[in-house]
Design a binder for this molecule. Structure first.
Ligand code: APR
Ligand code: ZN
Ligand code: ZN
Length: 367
């Protein structure tokens, strides 16, 4: 066992606390990782506000990269010193999805079995998304660690652990965006601009960014959008159809429309903005009270194509993380553009505050 400094959410709605935690030595199939960088995500704030569940205290932080310090029994594919990006869920290798070679849909993912605890009173911590990386070190399942190029900047590549991967994956994995396809992305927050970057990487054109905030649209353009649509001013569906038809005469919308807001009204826009036989990808996370908007069934039938949702960008960390890090190292994917600022572990509350103003894509804690 060892003790390290960490940022913990002790109770609903309370500001986070910098405190000491206990980290057990890694058990079978586990690893202790020395964290180098961890992004501050909306989901961390969501945990702190009690919006996910009531399993306080939470050890926050989940978009992280670091170096393996030690591994437990039976861990054969990691050694101390490996540079890794962490993911939410280690796949089981045994379920139907894993066996048919689609581990991104694993039915049986897991995290570390042992618990980290508060030094003060021994209470068990719930690590955010099974990671908990606003800490000098954390305990995870070995399968949550993916080795990537050790030359890469930790603050940038750690972001692949969550929102950036979700966005890029929504485009290239779920939406199967390629050269020769038109794409529209509704909602240009961190996830939406990552979908735009992924679409640009795949060679799609046009890439139409839609948002109600002109600042977000400016960022979307920097990240590879060819066109922007302010849907607080104009009809998003009409504009997506018009722009798509400029490149592909006769098109009645975009080939792939990615919804990155997570609301019924924007999903409905996505539904009607796709071309015949086009694909709608829902990557924005709705709240449990939201329903599919009323759409005549004949419209679903008549347009053909597919309506998909994208969970964690349908990513396979072992396949996607090293590939995207290599593309970043080659200068073909600008992960640095997602890092608005590097901050210290004591600045997380201030970073939560900045999220509300919409100027920051990601604040990243560096150790
Ligand atoms: N039409 C278009 N864009 C909208 C609309 C709307 N009606 N309402 C909000 N937006 C834009 C916001 O202006 C913002 O740019 O959607 C974007 C949402 O971005 P963020 O709040 O930064 O969220 P992000 O981290 O990108 O995540 C997107 O996935 O993880 C979930 O809870 C998250 O539902 C959210 C979604
Ligand atoms: Zn996240
Ligand atoms: Zn499985």
């Amino acid at each position: 066992m060892q003790q390290v400094q960490a940022v913990v959410a002790l109770g609903k709605g309370q500001p986070v606390t910098l405190t000491t935690i206990n980290i057990p030595d890694p058990g079978p199939g586990e690893a202790v990782v020395k964290i180098q960088a961890c992004g501050v995500c909306h989901t961390d704030l969501h945990y702190r506000e009690g919006g996910i569940n009531d399993d306080f205290p939470f050890l926050l932080g989940h978009e992280a990269a670091g170096v393996v310090e030690s591994v437990g029994d039976g861990v054969t594919d990691l050694v101390p010193g490996d540079f890794v990006v962490l993911n939410w869920r280690a796949v089981c290798g045994e379920c139907r999805a894993c066996k048919r070679g689609e581990a991104q849909y694993c039915f049986n993912t897991h995290n570390a079995k042992q618990k980290m605890t508060l030094a003060e009173d021994g209470r068990e911590l719930s690590p955010a998304l099974g990671i908990g990386a606003f800490a000098e070190k954390t305990l995870v399942a070995a399968g949550q660690c993916t080795k990537v190029d050790p030359q890469a900047r930790a603050a940038a590549v750690g972001l692949l652990g969550c929102g950036v991967m979700a966005g890029i994956g929504a485009a290239i994995n779920t939406g199967a965006v390629t050269r020769g396809k038109s794409v529209a992305v509704i909602g240009c927050g961190g996830v939406g601009v990552a979908a735009i970057a992924g679409s640009a990487l795949a060679g799609a054109s046009p890439i139409i960014a839609v948002d109600i905030d002109p600042k977000k649209l400016a960022k979307a353009k920097e990240m590879g959008a060819t066109h922007t649509v302010d849907s607080s001013q104009v009809d998003a569906v009409e504009e997506i159809k018009r722009i798509s038809a400029e490149t592909y005469p006769g098109a009645d919308g975009a080939d792939v429309v990615i919804e990155a807001v997570g609301r019924p009204e924007t999903w409905k826009q996505a539904f009607y903005a796709r071309d015949l036989a086009g694909t709608v990808v829902l990557v924005g996370v709705p709240t449990p009270d939201m329903s599919v908007p009323e759409i005549p069934l004949i419209d679903v039938f008549g347009r053909g194509g597919s309506l998909k949702s994208s969970w964690y960008g349908d990513c396979l960390p072992s396949r996607d993380f090293p590939m995207l890090v290599d593309l970043y190292q080659q200068g073909r994917l600008d992960l640095d553009a997602f890092v608005t600022e590097e901050i210290g572990i004591g600045d997380i509350e201030a970073a939560f505050e900045k999220m509300h103003h919409g100027d920051v894509l990601r604040s990243v804690v560096v150790f």
